[in-house]
Write a protein that binds this ligand. Structure first.
Ligand code: PBG
Length: 333
């Protein structure tokens, strides 16, 4: 559709900006609490909430405190939380078997939240990095990840999560073939309604730095993730990956990081029209918080503006560490 504008002064574009009431009437995009997924970092122990220095305002919580956070999310009308385990370093091994332990931290937290707030959707992360002594998302042979051998492990991990009650399986590992393998296993095990949100266009990004501190993976990581995460120079590749993941059985797709890759969000939505999500990652959060703490920017306003950008780019939802703060503001609007 070609925009048409009459010549001045027939058209004065400022007419529609003259008052709050008129501006509200012609607003094209709106952020609501329905758009939010809140990522939570879970650790062992009880009654623990610890700060993550590189993510001011974000906490690692023991399961009891995670239940409280989940209840708060539910009260704030946030539809979903996403769990990330901070795994005890003693449980990290070469074979990553803690990933499919039915009683690992993530699965225990899922069951505990489901028991307390059953209608809150729970998303869980499929990738080996929290359990891998080498810090990678797949098995590491000293030089590269071993794609095909990793698939079996990811399938076992995903089935464990589905068994624990996860509603949304989020494969963030970027191995080839994982969506098809997980979807087939879910169907074969009668988890017909468990959804998959594929981390489809996940870039090898420096914006993940604070997250790796949060889950304790920074020290462990050998080398980098460039042989499996995308090159930040690429766009067309993202569209091919999305098409592939949809054909393999993904219900929803994700672009990650978010704001630096807004062009990918827009093209994804325009091309496929499927539920499209963005992850406003740890580094994006940290930059806004750092500037806000220095009073260089107005934190809450920049937070809202950054999230509205995702709506403009066609996203159906955003994974964001700001979820509770933004929901708190939105409930009064
Ligand atoms: C790893 C994973 C990462 C994030 C989510 N899952 C980091 C990575 O790939 O190294 C990043 C999230 C963030 O930065 O907020 N499977």
């Amino acid at each position: 559709m070609k925009p048409t504008v009459a010549p001045f002064p027939t058209a004065r574009m400022r007419r529609l900006r003259q008052s709050d009431a008129i501006r509200r009437l012609v607003k094209e995009n709106t952020l609501t609490t329905n758009d939010l997924i809140w990522p939570l970092f879970v650790r062992d122990g009880t009654n623990i909430e610890e700060e993550i220095p590189s993510m001011p305002g974000v906490l690692r919580r023991s399961i009891d405190k995670t239940i409280e956070a989940a209840s708060k999310a539910h009260e704030l009308n946030i539809p979903a939380v996403c769990l990330f385990p901070y795994t005890n370093p003693n449980l990290k091994t070469k074979d990553c078997s803690e990933a499919w332990n039915p009683d690992n931290l993530s699965n225990r937290a899922t069951r505990a939240i489901k028991a307390e707030v059953p209608s809150l959707a729970i998303m869980t992360d499929v990738a080996l990095d929290p359990y891998n002594i080498d810090g990678h998302d797949g098995f590491w042979d000293g030089d590269d990840v071993q794609n095909d051998r990793t698939l079996d492990a990811l399938v076992k991990q995903a089935l464990g999560q589905a068994q624990a009650g996860s509603d949304i399986i989020g494969p963030s590992d970027m191995m080839d073939g994982r969506i098809g393998a997980i979807r087939q296993a879910l169907e074969e095990n009668s988890f017909h309604n468990v959804t998959i949100m594929s981390y489809t266009a996940k870039y090898a990004s420096a914006y993940f730095g604070p997250f790796r501190d949060a889950v304790g993976a920074s020290g462990a990581l050998k080398g980098n993730k460039k042989t499996y995460q995308m090159d930040s120079a690429n766009t067309n590749e993202a569209l091919r990956l999305i098409e592939r993941d949809l054909l393999e059985g993904a219900d929803m797709i994700m672009v990650k990081p978010g704001l630096p890759y807004l062009d990918i969000c827009l093209r994804a939505k325009q091309t496929f029209g499927v539920p499209t999500f963005a992850y406003q990652v740890s580094g994006e959060y940290a930059m806004i918080q750092a500037a806000a703490q220095n009073q260089w920017i107005d934190g809450p306003k920049v937070m809202l503006e950054s999230l509205l950008a995702f709506k403009r780019a066609g996203c159906d939802g955003i994974l964001t560490y700001f979820a509770p703060s933004v929901a708190d503001i939105l409930k009064d609007t």
